[in-house]
Design a protein around this ligand. Structure first.
Ligand code: ZN
Length: 206
């Protein structure tokens, strides 16, 4: 905590990727009711972090922000493809099914086939507060559904059939051991502190 932090209760500190089982990834994010400069800056930094990590989508809980917001660029490269920011998204009209391998920046190294609706409609708001409606298919549909799950506190490993879920159980256990180990050594704040920070940020914009 610094003095700026005390002066501005809505301040968003430096952002960084967090990994499972950080509590931000496991609780439902809250609708944003205040679109301010701090949030626009955070979205810009989320694109930086996403490109750096070679991702194509990043949800606010993955950088420990408790907001219903995610960013996507299916090309994965700055200056290429199209950048999308979705705030308070609602998904509807699921059609068809598709199976595709997915990975997640919050579970590095884990890749599994995930079954999802092939097409969906997303309604959301842009960073300028303008309503967005898109009928999605293909990779953008897949990424939007994966990122939307993060806002619900769900990871793609929660969507696996039983045999595949068993397959990743040990990998998830390893992530837990690493995370709780860092907490016990004081390298990562304990959950009580992480949750208090999420509550503070939520109170500022939700
Ligand atoms: Zn993910």
């Amino acid at each position: 905590m610094d003095s700026a932090h005390v002066a501005n209760p809505a301040a968003i500190g430096p952002l960084a990727l967090v990994e499972y089982p950080h509590p931000a990834l496991l609780r439902r994010a809250s609708p944003v009711t205040r679109l301010d400069a701090g949030l626009r800056d955070a979205a810009a930094r989320m694109f930086d972090i996403m490109y750096e990590a070679q991702g194509i989508g990043l949800a606010a809980p993955q950088v420990a922000l408790p907001y219903r917001l995610f960013v996507v660029n299916c090309s994965g490269r700055r200056g290429d493809g199209e950048e999308h920011v979705f705030i308070n998204p609602v998904l509807s009209r699921p059609r068809g099914t598709a199976v595709q391998e997915e990975g997640c920046l919050s579970l590095p190294g884990v890749r599994m086939d995930v079954r999802r609706p092939q097409k969906i409609v997303v309604d959301a708001f842009s960073l300028e507060g303008e309503p967005i409606r898109m009928d999605l298919d293909g990779l953008l549909s897949r990424v939007v559904q994966h990122e939307f799950d993060h806002l619900e506190g769900r990871l793609f490993t929660d969507r696996l059939p039983e045999a595949a879920a068993l397959e990743v159980r040990r990998e998830l256990e390893t992530f837990r051991e690493v995370f709780f180990g860092k907490q016990s050594r004081g390298e990562t704040p304990v959950n009580e502190m992480l949750l208090a920070e999420l509550d503070r940020l939520e109170a500022a914009r939700c």
